[in-house]
Write a protein that binds this ligand. Structure first.
Ligand SMILES: *[C@@H]1O[C@H](CO)[C@@H](O)[C@H](O)[C@H]1NC(C)=O
Ligand SMILES: *[C@@H]1O[C@H](CO)[C@@H](O)[C@H](O)[C@H]1NC(C)=O
Length: 184
């Protein structure tokens, strides 16, 4: 499964991921995309790369407005992080490829919602997945599962997003090589 499930060692409220694959969950900012009041089932707002931007633009995805209270989670929508427990989010390249859209009919075991071989890998050691004839998987910038990037979740004991800083965020769980299929 492409779900991220992990043991939580503490309790808190802010998580973030940066890649061409993002963690989708009700409790996230920009779940509906960036237009307040409009539900975009096909949004990749939180997935688009943060590239060549000053910190005040990339921090909390300010460049696309995902730090705005106008695109905050609906009241009552939280990602619960029970102390000592586990939580699950869906790693996908687009909300459409998660169960949060279209009854999950565009999901698969992979973040792009397509089917791929168990040992999906690039044709040669110096190329990425998208060098294969189907050209798929380019967003992951990897050769295979063992060279794929990981995910980290961090928490900050602040309920005001603007008070969250690099200094008061603490990483509480990581998953190596999240972008490809989970092994479990
Ligand atoms: C997303 O859109 C749906 C449908 O309009 C709405 O019920 C929900 O509250 C919206 N969620 C957010 C976080 O804006
Ligand atoms: C993944 O790719 C790296 C780099 O090319 C290679 O060293 C490694 O053996 C590959 N792993 C698998 C499981 O194929």
């Amino acid at each position: 499964m492409k779900y991220f499930t992990t043991v939580v060692s503490t309790l808190a409220s802010v998580g973030f991921v940066r890649a061409h694959v993002a963690a989708f969950t009700k409790g996230m900012y920009c779940l509906n995309g960036t237009e307040p009041g409009v539900e975009n089932l096909n949004t990749n707002s939180v997935v688009n790369p943060l590239f060549q931007l000053p910190k005040n633009q990339w921090w909390m995805q300010h460049d696309r407005g995902c730090d705005s209270e106008q695109v905050a989670p609906s009241p009552g929508d939280f990602l619960e992080l029970p102390a000592g427990g586990s939580f699950t989010v869906e790693l996908a390249s687009n909300r459409a490829q998660s169960t949060l859209s279209y009854d999950g009919k565009f999901t698969s075991e992979w973040p792009d919602g397509k089917d791929h071989p168990e040992d999906w890998h690039s044709p040669s050691p110096d190329t990425c997945l998208n060098a294969n004839p189907d050209q798929a998987g380019g967003a992951m910038h990897t050769r295979n599962e063992s060279t794929a990037a990981g995910t980290a979740f961090a928490i900050s004991y602040n309920s005001d997003l603007s008070k969250v800083t690099m200094e008061n965020l603490v990483v509480f769980t990581v998953l190596e090589q999240y972008v490809l299929r989970r092994d479990e």
